[in-house]
Structures are given as structure tokens and as C-alpha cells.
Design a protein around this ligand. Sequence first.
Ligand SMILES: [Zn+2]
Length: 336
Amino acid sequence: MIRIWISNKNRDRIEREFLADARNAPTGLFHTLAKEEVRNLLDEACPALYRCLYHDDTEHTVNEAEVQRLLLADRSALQDYIWQSGIIRKRKKKLLSEAFQYENLSKRKVLNTILQLMDVPVCPYCNRQYTFTLASGKSRPQMDHYYPRDLYPYLAVSLYNLVPCCAVCNTAKGPLDTREYPILYPYDEGFSYDMGFQIVAKDSDDWVNILHDGTGEFSLTVEKKRQIPLKKEAVVKNQMEVLHLDEHYDMHKDYIRDILRRQAMYTPERIHDLYRQFAHLFRSREELKQVLSGTDTDERGWGKRTLSKLTYDIVKQLENGHIRIEKPGEEEGGAK
Ligand SMILES: [Zn+2]
């Protein structure tokens, strides 16, 4: 749901490190493809891909430019490979997975280097779990294959088919065929400002009662926030379902109550006072407000903290006056 933002400088470095490793490591793709048995295996399993990855010379040498293209393929290029490779039978898919072994890549140090450069501290699929990469290599996110390697084994070691994510999302997504049932592709897209969480009181609009976890209840949904193509709405709905995000987010109602309380307490007057007292701690009043609300107003910051998109949307809903939390005895329009 949250897009992965990588600076151009880091992207260059990531791609350079990734290619250098694939070229130099004994188990890297360039060396693997140069092996006689792998060449024969590829020729048998997927002739279209074979013709692409090897020169049409007498030696059938590896076409390095094409291997590089496969390793750094963006989403549209990944889709081209799927289209071009056609339907491959199960037995042949097994053969292919021997040539494109993700296990080899996952054991190499380069993956850690790349994950540190990518800097994805929170799962981009759910925005609920931290996924730090430790420099020691002792902990790092799992890598989901956006286009699953069971179905498209030749994309198993392509950089932008690997999405750092949490174990819960990786397991839930499993071998879902994202070509048929796409979810958001985090290198290009997220909920952004198009889709957002929304809370609705179930019976009564008495939000004070709801805050006390009394009889009042509320529900949480994801709605479009501006005019967007129907396709994106369907993709988001699919993501919510596949990753059980509806159910997971429903477990965060206590957290939502805390947002409501916090926002109700930080009135404009209180924020004014706090800023006067603590201006030296902040670059601007806006920054103070962001710290108090616990989220970023710029979507580029959402990937830094868990539940930041949920927080942003609920805070916005309050700011827009869609929810009113009034002290008992207070009428709309101000205190008595
Ligand atoms: Zn996740």
C-alpha cells in the first residue's frame, strides 16, 4: 500500500552492486548461464528465452546485454518476459528454477547491501510491520517475488521482481498470480492520496462513547479519495483481500481511538502554546503538528513508520470535520 521511494543516486548504486555481483559471484546469473548443462536445459525448457539470452553464434555465448536487461527489468519489461516466454509446463518450470536459483542470491552478501540502500524499514504491502535490515546481516525483510517464482521461474533473480516485505504478507500472498490478479506494485505505486482509510460510526455518532469503548462501535473501510481509474480501485480491493488487510486493520481499533483522543486534545490553541514553548525543537509549526499526530503529510514519509497511512487518513478525516468529538454538554459551534 505504500510506495517504495528510492533516490536516483541510490538506485544507480543498487543496480551497479547487483550487476557486479551477478557478474562476479560464482553462483551469479552470468556464470550460471554460461554452463553447458544450463544452456541445454534452457534450450529445452523455454526456447524463446534461450534465443533471447544467448547469441546466435556457433558458440552460443551468453548475451550479456540481454542478461543485464532481465536482471534489471522494470514492471513492464517483467510482463514482456512473461508474455514472450509463453506457457511453460510444470516439469519445465522445475528445470528453469534450477537455472534461476533465488536461494543462491539470498545467501550472498549483496542482498543485504541492496536492502540497506533501498531502506525499506516498514513492509510496503501492509505498512504494519517493521522490516529493518541490520548491517550485521542478522535480520532483514523477506523477499516476495511479485511475479511468483513458482509460475515465472525465469524472474526469480530479477531485482525489481523482489519486494522486501514482512513474513505475514509474504506468506499471505504466496504464489498468487499477480498477472491475473494484480496487487499494487510497490516500486511504482501505493495507495497514495487516491485511496484511504475511513472510519464510520455504526449506530450513533457519539464519538465520546466510542472512545470509551462503550456500546458505540465504528467500522473501518478503505475508500477512494479522488477520481481514479476503476482498475486501481479493483487492485486495491484485491490487495486488501489477499493480504487480509481488512481483518488485520480491524485489530488496530485501540490505536485509532488513541489518534482520535490525541487529535481532540491538541486544539489549535494548545498547538500554538506548545510551539511558543518548544519552537527550538522544530523547524516549523507544521513539523510540530506532524510529531503530535505521529504521521507525515508527505507520502514519501509514510514508509518510515508503521500505520502511518492509517494515521494520516484518520487525522485528515478529523481535520475535514467529518468526525466531531464534543465534550458532553457542549453544543456544536463551541463551548458554553
Ligand atoms: Zn506486511
